[in-house]
Design a protein around this ligand. Sequence first.
Ligand SMILES: Cc1cc2nc3c(=O)[nH]c(=O)nc-3n(C[C@H](O)[C@H](O)[C@H](O)COP(=O)(O)OP(=O)(O)OC[C@H]3O[C@@H](n4cnc5c(N)ncnc54)[C@H](O)[C@@H]3O)c2cc1C
Length: 466
Amino acid sequence: MPAAAIDRAKVALARAIGDSRVAVDADACGAFAKDESEADGRVPDIVVHAESLAHIEATLRIAEELGVPVTPRAGGTGRSGGAIPAAGGIVLATAKLSRIKDLDRKNLLAVVEPGVVTGDLHAAAEAEGLFYPPDPNSWKSCMIGGNVAENAGGPRAFKYGTTREYVLGVEACLMGGHTVRSGKRTVKGVTGYDVTALLVGSEGTLGVFSEITLKLLPKPREIATALGLFRDSTSALDAVTAVLHHGLVPRCMEFLDPPALDALRSQGVAIDARAAALLLIELDGGHVEADLMDLGEVLSSAPGSIDVQVAQDAARRAALWEARRAMSPTTRKLAKYKISEDVVVPRSAMSELLDRVAGIGLREGVRNLTYGHAGDGNLHVNFLWNDRAEDEAVERAVSQLMDATLALGGTLSGEHGIGLTKQKYITREQGPALVQLEHGLKRVFDPKGLLNPGKIFPPDGTHHAC
Ligand SMILES: Cc1cc2nc3c(=O)[nH]c(=O)nc-3n(C[C@H](O)[C@H](O)[C@H](O)COP(=O)(O)OP(=O)(O)OC[C@H]3O[C@@H](n4cnc5c(N)ncnc54)[C@H](O)[C@@H]3O)c2cc1C
């Protein structure tokens, strides 16, 4: 990136949207170098703190005119490097666009800006007797703009689906500064191509969201939680199938494998010493008591079951969630470096995937543990290591995990996106023809390749597609 173009961009941006919203010194820009992935960060040359659609439009117009790359950013909690300004240039921070503009109880929808923290939308909706189901575990700090760009999921996705199911429409600004509105405010609507669906999950590479219209549901009247302990992973995963065959539709079914339980114990979380796998299952709806009793019976009578606890009041439910909620922070403490993958396989293949992960770990000598959303077949396989000398073994382990996932009929990412960390594998799943088609779509939205460059698509030439 020529220094002259960056200097001209600094002057033009400060003039167009005001000095106070344009950060250029290394300290202020340093905080925008990384996200929550293990990908290497890069300090941007400029950070624009947008406070209106006009600021986004001006930024994308100036960037296009001067040929400067732009990386959109919301909460910075991404796990695939999506918000890292890999090519330098401008980070377009949308966190200050944080208004909930409308909570429409009659039509069950919300109109929000991209910087609304997901947990704040949950609270605001629930205060009105409404419900916004997508619940990435980062809900305290991730934002709706990032959730829409990554099509975020979470524990409740089994019953309620991912963010995609709730996006009715978006206002998005394209490179060059032109804004389009796609979608609708109605429940149904099939006019034209479904551009909204294309933009959801586009990882900040096609347009920058300035407003999002979301579908809401009535708040479920009751919630109940069950925790089941099992002697091994296969017993626990078979119990997931038994629950579904019994006709129950839980809103979440979370799973922790034996190394995950050992990790929690090592950090002081009390878990029955006989247990080698854990299921956390949650029900919601009108009258959950009878369903909770059924669920308790199904779990207790499942082969390999060791103990089952159930709860309906908020404090006891929170206590049952303790082990699951502690999983991500605990994993962070176990080793200097970790990679958290989020592969998905058909539910029936989860046990086989766990066996293959154990084999990969042994073969490459890399510590691993797995937990995740068993209802969706979406497993967070974590590789942990302490020494940079082990980097190559970890890379081989990740590559073998991707191959095992695809061989079992799965997909590389259930919720974290491809970003920087999985771009080298995308062609293995999608094949060159589809990757080439997607690259063509990218060029329609962003002919100069300036919006979040270096993401999703493999580095030039390696995917044999373009
Ligand atoms: C502890 C922890 C738990 C997590 N649990 C889950 C989970 O359960 N489920 C899940 O799905 N994810 C989870 N994640 C990953 C992450 O929180 C999600 O991917 C989340 O959606 C990212 O939102 P964000 O606001 O932080 O986005 P960022 O990290 O800021 O950005 C993510 C992507 O969105 C793009 N983007 C940001 N704002 C805009 C905008 N206004 N317009 C267009 N593109 C934009 C960025 O360019 C980037 O590509 C977890 C992360 C952590 C750290």
